[in-house]
Design a protein around this ligand. Structure first.
Ligand code: T5A
Length: 209
């Protein structure tokens, strides 16, 4: 059986990740491709419990790292890896790049510690492709405020969101083979079309198998 593809969506608050995950899943399923939608933190009962704890409290960056990593280890082993093995495509709303950015580049946790934990919680199941949705900080904030129910990350100051955007751009540039930086300031339809074009070039046209 051919392994499924593992696609992750990353970006700052209100970048439009959840919207694009749903759009892509709809399109893949319409084309007969079995697709699972999942998210981080979360994705398993334990992961969802960790999500409640970590989004509700304000732990130290290294505590956050360990909590997100615990949720991720369960998620990869119990949901992502089995689905891929079964030939199912997995679309995940946030994954390793969120940790590298929030806990690493912004939280100050050393990259070698993050990398070592990835080797035990994720490897060899790294994403085949990652869309990093890039929106100006004020646009992302406007969208999350309009949606309501802000998390403690959403509620940070504007200067934090500017740094967040820069950090995601930096993370994307560090792995240009895997990460595609997308202009997320366009309409949802335009972004969905661009994502589909990119995906088709990578996987369907055989540029990457
Ligand atoms: N975190 C997570 C870490 O610190 N480390 C980690 O390792 C991980 C995995 C998760 C928090 O946890 C942190 C990062 C996060 O702060 P969350 O609730 O999952 O919290 O937060 P987000 O992932 O940021 O979810 P959001 O819902 O805030 O943002 P999305 O998913 O990017 O945006 P979406 O699609 O829900 O859209 C937001 C609003 O904008 C509209 C939508 O309709 C919606 O109302 N919208 C658009 N409007 C105009 N144009 C477009 N193109 C639009 N696309 C969507």
């Amino acid at each position: 059986m051919t392994r499924g593809k593992f696609i992750t969506f990353e970006g700052g608050e209100g970048a439009g990740k959840t919207t694009q995950v749903a759009r892509l899943a709809e399109r893949l399923r319409a084309g007969g491709i079995e697709t699972v939608i999942t998210r981080e933190p979360g994705g398993t009962p334990l992961g969802e419990s960790i999500r409640e704890v970590v989004l509700g409290a304000s732990p130290e960056p290294v505590t956050e790292l360990l909590l997100f990593a615990a949720a991720r280890a369960e998620h990869v082993a119990k949901v992502i890896r089995p689905a891929l093995k079964h030939g199912t495509w997995v679309l995940c709303d946030r994954f390793i790049d969120s940790t590298r950015v929030y806990q690493g580049l912004l939280g100050g946790v050393p990259g070698d510690l993050i990398g070592a934990i990835e080797m035990h919680s994720v490897a060899p199941t790294f994403p085949d492709l990652t869309f990093v949705l890039d929106v100006p900080a004020e646009e992302g904030l406007k969208r999350t405020e309009a949606r309501g129910a802000l998390t403690r990350f959403d509620a940070e100051h504007a200067s934090y969101h500017i740094k967040l955007r820069d950090a995601f751009r930096q993370a994307a540039e560090a792995e240009p083979e895997r990460c595609v930086l997308m202009d997320g300031g366009r309409t949802a339809d335009e972004i969905a079309a661009d994502i589909w074009r990119t995906l088709s070039t990578r996987f369907v046209a055989g540029a990457r198998t």
